[in-house]
Each structure stands twice: as C-alpha cells, then as structure tokens.
Design a protein around this ligand. Structure first.
Ligand code: IVH
Length: 705
C-alpha cells in the first residue's frame, strides 16, 4: 500500500487511500475470524489503522461513513459513544390474557371513536435486544442500542458484522431508520456456550444475554465471531413513508433486504389475534429462537398516528405475553429490604432453581399481606395459605420482571414451623415502621436518618433517567456513602467530592481499589458536567414518592423554572391559590400534590434540597412549542362532549402542538374548548373572561378542520 508522507497527499489521493484502507482493514477483520491463521500481523493491522486516522485528521471532510477509526475495538476502552435517537425508541405495554387483548381493542375504538373494521398485525415478540439502524443515501451510517429510549450506545461497527444487516440499500428513502431485534438462535447459543467452556470462559445464562453480551463488545472483532441475527419490525425517522400500513411497511423492509418474521399476519378482529397467538404459542418450542409473546399493532398507519403515545409506550400496540415459567423450590428465608421511600420489601431467599433457563435465587414477596395470604382489600389469596421460611414454594418469571412466588405447598410443611412475623421496626435504622391507612406497604419512618433510605435515594439520584453521571453508578454511590473520608450522604455531597478529595492529602480517591488517575479525573469531570441540569430531570431525581418521570415532566413544563416550581410547592397548602394551581395540572392528583408539598415543607428534607440547589445550575424547561402552532404555550381546557374526537385524543393532539392541557379553568387558562353540555367550567370561563370556542373552531384553529 502507498506510503507517501501524509503532508504530501492530494485530496484525491487521500480519498482513494481511505477507501483502500477501509477495504484492507475490513478484509483483515473478516480474515481474523474465518481463518485460523490471520493473514495480517497485529503490527501491520495497527499501522494501517494509524495511517487511516492520520489521513482523516488531515482531511476530516473525507472521513468515510464506514471509517475503520470508528471501530470501537481501537477506541478508548471506556465504553461506547452515545447516540441521541432522532425518534424515541419505545417499549410496549403488556397483555397477559385474552381479556386484556379485547380491552386493548376496545380502548383503541373508544379513543378513536371508531366502529368500523380495524385490522392489526400480529407477530412474534423476539426475546433479544432492540437496535436502531440508520441509513442515509442507502448506506448504513449508524447503529444504536435502545439505551434509555432517548440516548443509546453507538454500536455501528459491531452491527456491521451481522450478516442479516444490509450495509447498503437500493431504492430506500434517503433517510431511513430501521428498528428491530438482535437475537441468537438456540443452536448458535449452544455452540457458543460449548466454545466458551472449552476456553474456560464463562457461559451465558440464555440466548438473550449472549446476544446482548456479543453486541456490546468493545472489540467489533469479537462481535463478528458471534453468530447474531436480526429481525426488522419497526422504523424511526424516515424521509418518505414506507407504506400506508404496518404490514405494507414490513413487506417493504423485506424487499429492501431485511429479515422480517415469517409468522407476521394481518388479523381483522381480536378473536383473530388470539387465534394467531395460539398458533405461534404452539410452535414456540420448535422455532429455534426465543420469543416471549406476540405483538399486535394497528395496521393503518394514519390511525397509529392519531393514536400516538403515552409517556413510554404507543397506544397502537401491545405485547401479548406467554404465560410465565414455573418451578418449585425451598424458601430458605425472608429478608427485608428498605427502599428509597422507606418501603419495607420482603425478599424470598431461595434454594437456587432454574426457571425458564435462568437460575433464580431471590424473588419478591410483595408485602406483608401477600405473605399472610391476603390481598390489598383483605380478600384471601392462595385460599389463605400463608408463606413461611422453610416452605416448598412455586417460583415464576414473566419476561424481564423480577421472579415472584406464586404458591406454597403446605402439605410439605413441618409441623413446628411458626408463621412469619413481619417486622414493625426498620431493620436498618430501628425506627418504627408503620402502615398508613390504605397503604399495602409498611414504611420506615426514619427519613433521612435511615441509612438504607439515604443510599437508595442516592442511587436513584444518579440513575439513568435522573442525573445519569458517567462512572457513578449504584456500586460507587454505595461505596462513597460508607466511606469515612468521602462521606457522600446526600446528593449535594456528590458535587463537593472533588473539592474534598483535593483537600485531603492522605487518602486520595485515585489511590483506592478500583480507581486510578484517569478514572478519577473522568469521574470528577462527569460530575462537574452535571451541575447543569434540566428542571425535569432534577424534579425526578429528588425521588419524592409518587413523583415519577411523567409527573416530573408535567411539573417542569408547567412551572418552567426552579424558582417558580420551588415557590409554588413551598406555598401550596389546601385553600391557597398555589395549591389550586398545582391540582389544575392535568395528571397531578391529590396524592401526588400532598407527597410533593410534604417533601418541600419538611425542614430536614428542605435543607437537603436547598444545599443541593446551591451546587447546581438548574436549566428551565421550555415547553416544546411546535414553532408554527397557534396554540403553542397556551393553557387549554376541554369541557362538554366532543364529537369529532375523544377527549383523550383531543388532549394528546393539543399537547403535540405545544399546548398545555389543564383539568380546570383558572385565571391562567387561555382557551376553553366547550362542546355541548358544558356546565360549570364554561361559567367559570365566562366569569374570568377566558376565551371560549367550540370544537369546530378549535379544529379550524389547529388546522385539523
Ligand atoms: S415493536 C413502538 N415488535 O419488545 C413499538 N417490539 O417490550 C416498538 N420486541 O423494545 C416495538 N419483538 O425490543 C416490537 N415484533 C416486535 C418485537 C418487539 C421484540 C421488543 C423491542 C421492544 C420491546 C418492548
């Protein structure tokens, strides 16, 4: 290969050489796996990669989409780059029985007010991991894992090694994101595990873990040696629609060269769906790969569009799961874990048992009533059979969820076993653990003095959808919490670690096990980086009971700034205007409001929040105003009956245009959309002088008429 000095290369020569290098390196990668004796020495391989990088550094514009320097194997070993998904990657709601499926169809009909025919596709739910492939101009330019749905990991080089994934497409839209599942067949899984044990490497628990472990390899050459496959079943950003129907789009993906599942069918009714589900279930064991249910999707893409999304799942699809897998084993003991909100959760310690291919040694026992054989309303469950340590119990796993205890065989119980006494004191801090009326859960009352609650709050604070600090996960937080020098007891302490570490000449973090100069520098930089945080993430990160991600989003969008939010929730007590305003946010109920304001009005909690805020630069959340929408940023209330669409659809549509939909009329309301039968809200709007329009005028206003 030409070795002219890089300084002397012309642009045309550089371009040609980058192409040649990409091909040579790709060929070397392939040879490395298919031949026992690779053709190229490691030194030569490295030389080519270095030359490639040097040419790219001089001619950045010539860098190829399939550039070898993007290969993770050569990159720094601290993980994958991040990729923000152009269109979020969602998950699916689950249906567990036929009634849930009928209900799914009913809900769709109600939402759309649709009585005519309604077709669905039904296809296996592949038990692998989802991947989004981005093609530009027909070339694969990026592959990303789902991650948290918004940001995934860049696994482009690894994806390029999967035979089912085309590198180029003919006659595809200019921009096309194809989504689907990476999985491993049963045969390939068995062979891989055999190879692993021959080499003395650890074997994988199931094909899904094997697929995930293989795709997320920093060295793409390892991925290439693992037999991964891919089924396409969805899409993200597209510059031109693939079809007007789900089935049409899947067929189009197949024409483009993707594997699509041969068991995909078009079904006309819920009954059809269930029949197809039974057929797939009957073939499950002989398919040769793992599936964990059947996914149903509304076929008409215009209806999918109208149905839209809830916070993390589409309204137009559902996963009908197969029944859980079961096994019997001995309950060795019951441990109590204390959670972030003080909840005492009983955990079953089990004699390890294999359930559906996975070894299970812990399972949840839900709460004290469940152990005693009662449900939340006091009705008997398991015919009132209680669960005691030493019992022979039935364990089940449904999909990804934590294993549960389904039943107990009291015929095998020894006579002298005492019933289980659920503790009335927190096992971690000794504070009284009480049950509030109507709460199934007993909670530790220790608040911040309870070390278990404090640690769990910290873990939540740094979790992926909260502060998401790279290098600071549950493990590190736990260690820093227990460490006498670092003493990270509250979230604010995270932001002072660097300064305290600098001031401590003796026990530097970089000298401790598991750390080093580079990792500590990186960690401190990552923490520094997160001082700037969006209001929505911050509210969620505080870990207030009942304030999940969706609620945090609503609150952030409503109040926009920390000052406005903090002022409002500090003042809000029943009877005040602040309280009414809080409750007027659609999606904020009394339980949430009480929990939120209690947190802000408790002096100790409040002090911890204030100290934290002093460390941060909270970014306001700007309502994502659809720029050219006439209702962007407006507070809209719907009342009376709507005729052209359901209330739920009207609300979702208004929100997608950047409006805020409130549940009651107040001085802040900009617009009341009143249908026939409007009553007190219309009167209140008239009294306050709020503009009131009918449904047709609303549709005309938003351009849907
Ligand atoms: S559709 C917007 N179809 O299941 C809907 N998902 O539990 C996108 N999955 O994250 C998903 N097989 O990883 C769809 N035939 C299928 C699927 C499937 C497996 C996975 C996917 C998704 C998860 C949700």
């Amino acid at each position: 290969m030409a070795s002219k000095a890089i300084d002397e290369l012309t642009e045309a020569e550089a371009k040609a050489e980058l192409l040649a290098l990409a091909q040579a390196i790709a060929a070397a990668n392939a040879a490395y796996h298919t031949q026992d004796a690779p053709e190229m020495s490691d030194a030569e391989y490295d030389r080519l990669k270095q030359r490639n990088a040097a040419i790219e550094a001089r001619f950045p514009a010539l860098k190829r989409a399939d550039s070898p320097s993007e290969q993770v194997g050569a990159a720094v070993a601290d993980g994958f780059g991040k990729v923000a998904h152009a269109v979020r990657m969602l998950s699916l709601e689950n249906a567990f029985d036929d009634a849930d499926v009928v209900d799914f169809e009913d809900r769709i009909r109600k939402y759309l007010n649709h009585a005519g025919p309604l077709a669905f596709t039904a296809e296996p739910k592949i038990d692998g991991l989802s991947l989004s492939l981005r093609y530009e101009g027909g070339r694969l330019v990026q592959a990303a894992t789902r991650g948290d749905g918004e940001v995934g990991e860049n696994v482009t080089e690894n994806a390029r090694t999967i035979a089912d994934i085309p590198q180029t497409l003919i006659d595809a839209p200019d921009v096309l994101e194809v989504r689907g599942e990476v999985y491993m067949s049963h045969a390939d899984f068995a062979a891989l595990n055999a190879r692993q044990s021959e080499k003395g490497d650890k074997s994988f628990a199931n094909p899904r873990n094997a697929a995930a472990g293989s795709l997320r390899q920093l060295d793409a050459r390892i991925t290439a040696a693992r037999p991964l496959r891919f089924f396409a079943y969805a899409w993200g950003q597209v510059s031109a629609p693939l079809s007007s129907s789900q089935k049409g789009a899947i067929d189009r993906l197949q024409t483009l060269g993707f594997q699509t599942n041969p068991l995909t069918r078009l079904c006309e009714t819920a009954e059809d769906l269930i029949n197809h589900y039974r057929q797939i279930e009957a073939q499950r064991a002989t398919l040769g790969y793992d599936i964990d249910g059947v996914v149903y999707k509304v076929n008409d893409l215009a209806l999918q569009q109208r149905l839209g999304f809830r916070s993390t799942t589409p309204r137009w699809a559902i996963a009908h799961k197969f029944p859980a897998e079961l096994a019997w084993t001995t309950l060795l003991g019951i441990d109590i874990q204390v959670g972030r909100t003080g909840a005492l959760s009983p955990v079953a310690r089990l004699q390890p048992v294999t359930v559906g291919g996975v070894v299970v040694s812990n399972a949840t026992l839900h709460n004290e009533d469940y152990i005693a054989g009662r449900d939340a309303k006091g009705n008997l469950i398991r015919a009132g059979r209680d669960i005691r340590p030493g019992d022979w119990v039935q364990v089940y796993r449904a999909g990804d969820v934590i294993p549960k205890i389904a039943d107990v065989d009291i015929g095998r119980r020894k006579n002298d076993v005492e019933s289980y006494e659920f503790p009335h004191e927190c096992p971690e801090c000794g504070s009284p653990a009480i049950r509030e009326e109507g709460d199934a859960v007993r909670r530790c009352t220790g608040g911040l003095i309870c070390p278990a609650q404090a640690v769990e709050r910290l873990k939540h604070f740094v979790s992926r959808n909260a502060f998401d600090i790279e290098g600071l996960g549950a493990k590190q937080v736990e260690m820093f919490f227990r460490d006498h020098d670092l003493a990270v007891k509250t979230p604010a302490d995270i932001f002072t670690i660097a300064a305290r570490d600098a001031a401590n000449p003796l026990k530097k973090l970089k000298n401790r096990d598991g750390f080093g100069e580079t990792s500590v520098t990186k960690l401190f930089a990552a923490i520094e980086d997160k001082r700037k945080i969006g209001l929505d993430r911050l509210i969620f990160a505080l870990g207030i009971r009942h304030v999940g991600e969706a609620a945090a989003n609503l609150l952030a969008r409503h109040y926009s700034t920390w000052a406005a939010f903090e002022g409002a929730v500090t003042q809000a007590v029943p009877g005040t205007q602040a309280w009414e305003e809080l409750l007027s946010i659609d999606g904020v109920g009394k339980t949430l409001a009480e929990s939120l304001t209690a947190g802000f009005q408790n002096p100790a909690e409040r002090a911890a929040i204030d100290t934290l805020i002093a460390q941060l630069d909270v970014q306001p959340v700007i309502w994502r105003a659809a720029a050219d929408s006439p209702v962007a940023g407006k507070v809209v209330v719907f009342t009376g009956s709507l005729e052209k669409m359901t209330r739920a659809e009207a609300k979702a549509r208004a929100e997608s245009l950047g409006a805020k939909v409130a549940g009651s009329v107040s001085a802040k309301t900009d617009l009341l959309v009143a249908g026939p039968g409007a009553g007190s809200k219309a009167k209140e709007a008239a009294r306050l002088g709020v503009e009131t329009i009918d449904e047709d005028a609303w549709l005309a206003l938003i351009g849907d008429a």
